[in-house]
Ligand binder design. Structure first.
Ligand code: PLP
Length: 378
C-alpha cells in the first residue's frame, strides 16, 4: 500500500467535501438551480478578493485570467511595466509581447523581492506606462512581493496596478479595494483547493473604463461582456459546471474557517517549514521575503531535483523542484490550500529521510523537532 501526498504549489490537494460535491450529476447552466449556485459563488468570491467588484470566472488555467488582464486593459503599441523576478513575472512580459504591448521590464534577482522604489523610479521617468503587472508570490522562487507598497507607488503616479495573486489570494492578506488594486487574478488549483480549470479576474472601475477603450483583440476573454452576464448569475459561454459546484463548497469551507484564520494557518505552516529546513542545516532561497504559500530551500550540497524525485518516487510525497536558473539548486514545498500541520510534519519527516539517504550531514530529527516546536506554539 502506498499513499500519495501532493505538496506542490499547484495543483494542490482537493478536500473530500469538494470532491464529493463535484461528483454530483451535471446540471444545466441556464437553469434557476445553477443561477442560485452562481449567486452564492459571486458573493463568496467578493469576500475572498476583499472587493465590492464582481469576480469574473473563466474556464481556463490561471494564465487565462492573466491574459484577460492584459487584453482588456491594454492596446497594441502601449507600454506596461512588468516585474520580472521569476517565471511568472516573465509570463506577464510574454503575454504583453504576444499582443503587441511593449513590456518595460523591472528585473529582480531571483530569490529577492521587488523593491517598490525601483518601480517608482521607472514610473517617474516613463509617463507612457499605463499598467504595472506583478505577482503577490513569485511562485518559481517562493518570494512574496510587497503588494500594498506596489499599489501605493502605482497610485502615486496615477497608473493602474494588476496583481497575479494566484499564490496570494486565500493565502495572505490582499485588500483589493482598500489598497486600490485595479486587477486581481487567481486560479482554482492553488489556495482555492480545487482541480485546475478555473481562472478568476476582478477589475476596478477604472480598469473597466480602460477595458471599454482597449484595442487588443479578444473574444472569449471579454471582461465587459462577462461582467454583464455574471450580474445575471450566468456566464457568456458554458461554464465548467462541476468546478463551479466544487467552488461553492470550497468557498463554504474557507468561510467556515474565516479569512483571518486561513491567513494565520498559512503563516504558521510556513514558519514551521522554514524552521525545519534551517534546522537541517539547509538555507532558504528567499530568507528575507519568503512567501507563506510555499517554502523554497537551497538544496546544496544536494541536488534539488534529486531530492524532489526521491521524495516522489520512493515515498509518495510530491514537492516541486526549481525551474530554469534555479533547477537543481532548490526544492519547493507548498503549504498552500488544503494543508494542515500534520501534512507539514509528514513532509518534513519524509524530507529528512531522503536527505539522510542522499548523504546530507545533519542531526536526524532536528527538522521535525523544529517544525513541531512552531506547530505547538500557543
Ligand atoms: C500557478 C501560477 C500561475 C498560473 O499558472 P496556470 O498553469 O496557468 O494555472 C500564474 N501565476 C502564479 C504566480 C502561479 O503560481
Amino acid at each position: 500500500m502506498r499513499k500519495e501526498y501532493l505538496m506542490t504549489p499547484g495543483p494542490t490537494t482537493v478536500p473530500e467535501r469538494v470532491l464529493l460535491a463535484m461528483a454530483r450529476p451535471i446540471i444545466h447552466h441556464r437553469m434557476p438551480i445553477y443561477e442560485k449556485i452562481t449567486a452564492e459563488v459571486r458573493e463568496g468570491l467578493k469576500w475572498l478578493f476583499q472587493t465590492e467588484q464582481e469576480v469574473l470566472i473563466f474556464a481556463a488555467s490561471g494564465t487565462g485570467a492573466m491574459e484577460a488582464a492584459v487584453t482588456n486593459l491594454m492596446s497594441p503599441g502601449e507600454k506596461a511595466l512588468c516585474i520580472r523576478g521569476g517565471k511568472f513575472g516573465e509570463r506577464w512580459a510574454e503575454i504583453c509581447k504576444a499582443y503587441g504591448v511593449t513590456p518595460v521590464n523591472v528585473d529582480v534577482e531571483w530569490g529577492k523581492a521587488v523593491d517598490p522604489a525601483a518601480v517608482d523610479e521607472v514610473l517617474a521617468k516613463d509617463k507612457d506606462i499605463k499598467v504595472v503587472y506583478g505577482q503577490a508570490t513569485e511562485t518559481s522562487t517562493g518570494v512574496r512581493y510587497p503588494v500594498k507598497a506596489l499599489a501605493d507607488v502605482a497610485r502615486k503616479h496615477d497608473r493602474m496596478v494588476v496583481i497575479d495573486g494566484i499564490t496570494g489570494v486565500g493565502v495572505f492578506d490582499i485588500k483589493m479595494d482598500a489598497w486600490g488594486i485595479d486587477g486581481l487574478v487567481t486560479g482554482s488549483q492553488k489556495a482555492l483547493m480545487l482541480p485546475p480549470g478555473l481562472a478568476f479576474l476582478a477589475l476596478s472601475e477604472r480598469a473597466y473604463k480602460a477595458a471599454a477603450e482597449s484595442k487588443c483583440p479578444k473574444y472569449y476573454f471579454n471582461a465587459a461582456k462577462e461582467l454583464k452576464k455574471l450580474k445575471e448569475n450566468t456566464t457568456q459561454f458554458t461554464p465548467a459546471v462541476s468546478l463551479i459546484v466544487g467552488l461553492q463548497e470550497s468557498l463554504r469551507m474557507l468561510k467556515e474557517e474565516g479569512l483571518e484564520n486561513v491567513f494565520a494557518r498559512h503563516e504558521k505552516l510556513a514558519r514551521a517549514s522554514r524552521a525545519a529546513v534551517l534546522a537541517m542545516g539547509l538555507k532558504l532561497y528567499a530568507p528575507d521575503a519568503a512567501s507563506p504559500a510555499l517554502t523554497a530551500a537551497l538544496s546544496a550540497p544536494l541536488d534539488g531535483s534529486k531530492v524532489m524525485k526521491t521524495l516522489r518516487d520512493s515515498y509518495g510525497v510530491t514537492i516541486a523542484g526549481g525551474q530554469d536558473q534555479a533547477k537543481g539548486k532548490i526544492f519547493r514545498i507548498s503549504h498552500m490550500g488544503y494543508v494542515d500541520e500534520w501534512n507539514v510534519m509528514l513532509t518534513i519527516a519524509a524530507l529528512e529521510r531522503v536527505c539522510m539517504e542522499l548523504g546530507l550531514k545533519f542531526e536526524h530529527g532536528a527538522g521535525m523537532k523544529a517544525a513541531l516546536a512552531v506547530i505547538c506554539e500557543k
